[in-house]
Design a binder for this molecule. Structure first.
Ligand SMILES: NC(=O)c1ccc[n+]([C@@H]2O[C@H](COP(=O)([O-])OP(=O)(O)OC[C@H]3O[C@@H](n4cnc5c(N)ncnc54)[C@H](O)[C@@H]3O)[C@@H](O)[C@H]2O)c1
Length: 409
């Protein structure tokens, strides 16, 4: 008897793109290409060696026209069903606002695609359940856009923490004025859900655990302080909102273990203390022409330049310019030309998170991105925090209520 594998019968169905991609690049269909996707995932995929912009769907004809001219996809469409039914689309990236996430995730997974969706994964427990069920029956994989897992400084913090024993205390700040979110879609939405979920996912991932108690104060839509208690004695304090100054960078993280500490300012300046053989680092490759100056002057340079870049925006808000500048620090006028996205946009892991997912599709390997269970966990923590806010007390959080993780080959 021959030991050679038998060829498939001629009538066999063609291999599903969800299971056996025999190609060098993943063909991506974009569903919803508004502000964020136009700024990150679309240009990143178009420049990537492992992805190709195959199709673009949006309701906004003007955006479709501009993107068609720039990225030359096979087609653009206003019809999401056309994109999802296209057998040439391997991976769907969903970038609509959150009210459509659960619906489009379920439709795209059921269409046999690998799916990456922006955060939050879902807005309600009902939506969460539907997404988890869809992921369980799907051939493809689901990734939620919690890109911070792929930010170089945070990935290193995770590796360093693996050497430590609990308890771990984390203090996280995510604060930056965003008056544009006080109107329109986000006016009535809770920031702790649409933005805070990023940090709930991050700390659960860093600690490899889910909280057992959640407490939140503040208001319903904009500014909050949260405290999360974890079963092993670890704790997180998290301040999240739209206050502060344009002068100060948006995000900082401080991590403490009994004899070691890590701080990361705006994803760039990482200080590592008490880990033998480990040193501080500057994660600045994306800073291009500014990298050397940021290194020399630290985040002072970063702050001053960022304010200069935002001058038009600050003036449009009718904020006195004096409130947005730092007296005593002057690095001269902005070098010209400053076209395109700001060089000071921090490296939050957007590009590597997408490229990793596309590579896993091509290789047929399980991605390290946040899956439906992680998406559910972060939404559940945010909803529990909102419940705690309404009741004015800390609430027990039962992550065990979540279904077990999906095992797929
Ligand atoms: N990961 C991050 O760092 C990050 C940062 C910012 C925003 N986001 C997320 O990105 C998502 C989009 O945010 P945004 O600010 O770009 O919003 P946006 O409103 O600018 O973009 C949404 C787009 O979806 C399109 N759309 C709506 N309904 C559609 C439909 N039925 N079919 C096809 N297209 C449709 C809209 O026309 C619009 O162009 C949100 O979920 C947000 O939370 C993530």
């Amino acid at each position: 008897m021959s030991a050679l594998p038998m060829a498939p019968p001629p009538s066999a169905a063609p291999p599903s793109p969800a299971t056996s991609p025999a190609r060098a690049v993943a063909r991506v269909g974009f569903l919803g290409v508004g502000e964020f996707i136009s700024y990150q995932h679309l240009p990143n995929v178009s420049l990537s060696a492992v992805g190709k912009v195959h199709a673009i769907c949006d309701l906004d004809e003007r955006r479709l026209g501009a993107h068609a001219a720039r990225y030359r996809p096979a087609y653009t469409t206003r019809d999401s069903a056309r994109l999802l039914a296209d057998p040439e689309v391997d991976v769907v990236i969903i970038g609509t606002k959150q009210d459509l996430h659960a619906r489009f995730i379920v439709e795209a997974l059921d269409a046999g695609k690998w799916v990456m969706c922006e955060k939050p994964m879902a807005e309600t427990p009902e939506e969460t359940r539907r997404v988890i069920e869809a992921e369980r029956r799907a051939k493809g994989r689901l990734a939620i856009g919690f890109n911070r897992r792929f930010a170089p400084a945070y990935a290193r913090a995770k590796r360093l923490l693996a050497t430590q024993k609990p308890p771990v205390y984390i203090n996280y700040r995510l604060m930056f004025p965003s008056p544009q979110k006080d109107v329109g879609f986000y006016a009535e939405k809770a920031r702790i859900l649409y933005e805070g979920t990023h940090i709930f996912d991050l700390v659960c991932w860093l600690l490899d655990a889910a909280p057992e108690r959640v407490y939140m104060t503040g208001d319903l839509t904009r500014n909050n302080v949260c405290v999360l208690d974890f079963p092993n004695g670890s704790r997180v304090s998290f301040i999240c909102g739209s206050m502060g100054s344009y002068c100060l960078w948006k995000e900082s993280m401080e991590i403490f273990t009994p004899y070691a500490a890590i701080t990361v300012s705006e994803f760039v300046d990482m200080r590592v203390r008490g880990f033998p053989g480990e040193f501080d680092a500057f994660y600045a490759p994306h800073l291009g022409q500014y990298a050397e100056e940021v290194r020399r002057h630290g985040l002072d340079f970063y702050e001053v330049r960022k304010c200069q870049e935002m001058e038009a925006e600050v003036r449009a808000l009718k904020m006195p310019w004096e409130q947005a500048v730092r007296p005593g620090r002057d690095f001269g006028p902005l070098p010209a030309p400053m076209n395109g996205p700001s060089l000071l946009a921090p490296d939050k892991g957007w590009k590597p998170s997408v490229e990793h997912f596309l590579r896993c599709f091509l290789e047929g390997t399980p991605p390290r991105n946040a899956d439906a269970r992680a998406g559910a966990l972060s939404t559940d923590v945010a909803l529990c925090a909102l419940d705690s806010l309404a009741k004015g007390i800390p609430l027990p959080f039962a992550a065990t209520a979540l279904p077990p993780a999906v095992e797929k080959r």
